[in-house]
Write a protein that binds this ligand. Structure first.
Ligand code: DC
Length: 228
C-alpha cells in the first residue's frame, strides 16, 4: 500500500486547491505538499538554464538533478526559496513542457510517493488520487466553473500588480484545462472514489469545513488521540 494516510486534492487550475489544501492540512495537523510547484520548479530551472523545453531528455536530466522541496507552502529549489519565482507568468507559460514529459513525471511522482510514505500529508495536483496515491483513503476532486476560476485568477494577478483582460485569462484557463486533461501520462481525471467539492460561490472557510468533515472520518492517523 502506498500512502494510505494521505489526503489527495486534484482538480483544474484555479479551483482553489492550494489555499484549501494548505488550510486543511493545517487543521488536520499534517504536512501540505504542493506538487504543481514541483513541476513549476523544474520549468524555472529549465528557463534559467535556457534548456530547449521540447528536448525531453534534457528536461529529464534536469529534473533528476533538481533538489525540490515543496512542503508547508514554501518551495525550495536546490536550497533557494523560489516560492514566488515559480508563480511568475513565464513559468506558468512553460510548465506544460515538464508536466507533459513522461520521464519528468516519473521522477517527480517517485519523489511525491516517498514523501507520502514518510508522513501523513495533504497533497494537491492533477494526478494525486489517480496515479501517485491510488490507495489514499481520502480523495477530493475540487472544481469550479471556468468563469469563476478566471475571476479568481484576475484577483490574484491584480494583487501582484499584473494587468490582464478577463477574456485572456479565461482563454488561458480553458487552454490549461485542455493541456492538463489531454496529456497521455498523469492527465487530470476525477478519481472514481473521490468526494467532489464544487467551490463556486463558497468561501475558503466553507470549502475547508466540508473537506475537514470528510477527512476526519476517513484518516487513520486522526482516529487516535488528537494531534498538535
Ligand atoms: O497547480 P499549478 O497551476 O501550480 O500546476 C502547474 C502545472 O503543473 C499545471 O499545468 C499542471 C501541472 N501539474 C501536473 O501536471 N501534475 C500535478 N500533480 C500538479 C501540477
Amino acid at each position: 500500500m502506498t500512502g494510505i494516510d494521505v489526503v489527495t486534492v486534484d482538480g483544474p487550475a484555479g479551483a482553489g486547491k492550494s489555499v484549501t489544501t494548505r488550510a486543511l492540512a493545517q487543521r488536520l495537523g499534517i504536512d501540505y505538499l504542493n506538487t504543481g510547484a514541483m513541476y513549476r520548479a523544474v520549468a524555472l530551472r529549465a528557463l534559467r538554464e535556457k534548456i530547449n523545453l521540447q528536448d525531453e531528455e534534457a528536461l529529464a536530466r534536469l529534473a533528476s538533478a533538481c533538489r525540490i522541496e515543496s512542503l508547508s507552502g514554501r518551495t525550495f529549489l536546490d536550497g533557494e526559496d523560489v516560492t514566488d519565482a515559480v508563480r511568475a507568468p513565464e513559468v506558468s507559460q512553460s510548465v506544460r513542457y515538464p508536466a507533459n514529459t513522461p520521464s519528468v513525471r516519473a521522477i517527480l511522482v517517485e519523489q511525491q510517493r516517498r514523501i507520502g510514505l514518510e508522513r501523513p500529508v495533504a497533497t494537491e495536483g492533477r494526478d494525486q488520487g489517480t496515479v501517485v496515491f491510488p490507495d489514499a483513503r481520502c480523495k477530493f476532486y475540487l472544481t469550479a466553473a471556468p468563469e469563476e476560476r478566471a475571476r479568481r485568477r484576475m484577483g490574484e494577478l491584480a494583487q501582484r500588480g499584473d494587468a490582464a483582460s478577463f477574456d485572456d485569462v479565461l482563454a488561458q484557463i480553458i487552454d490549461r484545462d485542455r493541456s492538463d486533461s489531454e496529456r497521455e501520462v498523469g492527465p487530470l481525471r476525477q478519481p472514481d472514489d473521490a468526494t467532489v467539492v464544487a467551490s463556486d460561490g463558497k468561501t475558503v472557510e466553507q470549502v475547508v469545513d466540508e473537506m475537514e468533515r470528510v477527512a476526519r472520518a476517513k484518516l487513520i492517523c486522526l482516529q487516535g488521540p488528537a494531534r498538535g
